[in-house]
Design a protein around this ligand. Structure first.
Ligand SMILES: C[S@@+](CC[C@H](N)C(=O)[O-])C[C@H]1O[C@@H](n2cnc3c(N)ncnc32)[C@H](O)[C@@H]1O
Length: 211
């Protein structure tokens, strides 16, 4: 991701991108009540949050949310949409540098839930393990490479191959995995790979454990 990509996203949001897409991810709405969350004040990180449809939904459900995006414009819009009741912090960050997680984010965690929705970054899936609480969840939704006529980004760079999410989830327990064409709430068909996975309760590797 380059400075020009940051400018591209800022410009898109300045022009009103996704302003009409206020509904949270159907996947998040379906699965949130089913998660085994023990924390009395659960916290989530929304990676590539954009203007925050999912961050705002989680905050409305009483979650403390850290929203991360490369676009400062998107985060300003998110902050403006949040009310005093919403516990949302915003961090502007390029998630494609491979740098260690900044202290600002590790201090806000460990997280009970991480979201990576409609943002394609397969290497990040493994790194999210470092900031999840043992037993914490990662929910991923990505557009698939497809021949079908569907909505979503043009170009394979912004899509994932069939099976790619599962393959990228080494070290997690897969809770649910789905691929296929579904209709978005706005009626447009999208070809999605969707995964809910979990950091094992007993750590299986040299990961940081928070207690
Ligand atoms: C299609 S939007 C999805 C936004 C949100 N997750 C949603 O579902 O509404 C993709 C988001 O990824 C962000 N993004 C793209 N590249 C990024 C990067 N390198 N680091 C952080 N965020 C990035 C963009 O700014 C944009 O907000």
């Amino acid at each position: 991701m380059s400075q020009s990509d940051r400018e591209k996203w800022d410009q898109r949001y300045q022009e009103g991108a996704y302003a009409a897409r206020k509904h949270p991810s159907a996947l998040l709405v379906e699965w949130l009540p089913k998660l085994a969350i023990e924390a009395s004040e659960p916290c989530a990180i929304d990676l590539a949050s954009g203007i925050g449809r999912n961050s705002l939904y989680l905050a409305q459900q009483g979650w403390r949310v850290t929203a991360v995006d490369i676009s400062g414009v998107a985060l300003e819009k998110l902050a403006a949409a949040a009310t005093d009741d919403h516990d949302i912090r915003c961090t502007e960050m390029d998630l494609e540098t491979g740098q260690p997680w900044p202290t600002e984010l590790t201090a806000a965690g460990p997280f009970d839930l991480a979201l990576m929705i409609r943002y394609t970054n397969l290497p990040l899936i493994g790194r999210v393990l470092e900031i999840l609480r043992p037993g914490g969840y990662l929910l991923v939704e990505a557009h698939r490479v497809t021949e079908a006529v569907v909505a979503g980004p043009n170009g394979a760079r912004f899509r994932v191959a069939p099976g790619a999410l599962r393959a990228a989830a080494a070290g997690y327990e897969i809770v649910e995995y789905r691929e296929g064409i579904v209709d978005d709430p706005d009626g447009r068909p999208v070809d999605l790979a969707r995964m809910l996975c979990r950091r094992p309760l007993v750590s299986q590797g040299p990961l940081t454990c928070y207690h």
